[in-house]
Design a protein around this ligand. Structure first.
Ligand code: NAD
Length: 261
């Protein structure tokens, strides 16, 4: 196969969580531009409808459902409806995540701890379990991409905001990725994660209101800027496609060099 043909996703179906806006939206559009049909979910109905039209404008089939991925029953119904409508799932992008707690660890309530773990880690387990069972039974392999973060690798200097709970959840995503990769390699299901640095989306809006945080994080990043949401698209198409066929259990860092120093 010629090199650019390796990236072609024509005829594939991708499930993307949290694709109404932000990184998930760009990822869903990127997969559609590479040829995949897209089934995605979110909690935001209007934004989801807009993403749906934009995917269809790429000439692909799109299907949007309002689903709360922290609820295993809703996740199972979402995955089954994608299988019923599209005939099977080849790619899963577990993108949903919520922003950091913002307060010191000794002040984090049980409710906040569980809310972040449920949204950022348990949701990915529920989605991977449902989609993985289907991929195993179908016998055609697959590619699963989980959204981790550099905050799962380092303790970020984001004070006076704090994000230990967030970071622990993202470290869990990285280890879930390795565990799934080791168990499902025998089924030709590859599981990798992305670890982005600081990106310009709604989830960094709160911390970007603090000029000293923006200045510090920019200074700490060799490329001296935040990432644009579209800058993850290429990596996701790579991980979803044959271009990465010998890659599993990897955590791909895309951070403008932030974790070098
Ligand atoms: N923005 C960054 O700098 C950055 C850096 C590293 C990792 N990440 C991760 O990337 C992912 C996307 O982040 P983003 O910046 O685009 O965030 P975002 O808030 O802009 O988008 C997240 C989407 O997920 C949806 N969502 C939230 N909870 C949900 C739930 N329970 N069920 C269904 N949908 C739900 C939201 O409605 C939203 O559309 C997250 O996992 C985040 O932790 C972001």
């Amino acid at each position: 196969m010629k090199s650019l043909e390796l990236f072609d996703l024509t005829g594939k179906t991708a499930l993307v969580t949290g694709a109404a806006r932000g990184l998930g939206r760009e990822i869903a559009l990127g997969l559609a531009e590479a040829g995949a049909d897209i089934c995605f979910c979110d909690l935001l109905e209007q934004e989801g409808m807009n993403t749906c039209s934009d995917i269809e404008a790429c000439g692909r089939r799109a299907c949007f459902s309002v689903v709360n991925v922290t609820k295993p029953g809703e996740v199972d119904r979402f995955v089954q409806s994608a299988i019923d409508q599209f005939g099977g799932i080849d790619i899963l992008v577990n993108n949903v995540g919520i922003e950091s707690e913002g307060c010191p660890i000794e002040e984090v309530s049980d409710e906040v701890w569980h809310r972040i773990m449920d949204a950022n880690l348990s949701s990915m387990f529920y989605m991977a379990r449902a989609a993985g069972k289907h991929m195993i039974a179908r016998g055609k392999g697959g590619s699963i991409i989980n959204m981790s973060s550099i905050s799962g690798m380092i303790i970020s200097k984001i004070f006076p905001r704090h994000n230990v709970t967030y970071g622990v959840s993202k470290a869990g995503v990285a280890h879930l990725t390795r565990g799934l990769a080791s168990e499902w390699a025998q089924h030709n299901i590859r599981v990798n994660a992305l670890a982005p640095g600081y990106m310009l989306t709604a989830s960094t809006q709160t911390s970007r209101k603090f000029p000293e945080i923006v200045e510090r994080l920019t200074e700490m990043t060799p490329m001296k800027r935040y990432g644009e949401p579209w800058e993850l698209k290429g990596a996701v198409v790579f991980l979803a496609s044959q271009a990465s066929s010998f890659m599993t259990g990897s955590i791909l860092v895309i951070d403008g060099g932030n974790t070098i120093w």
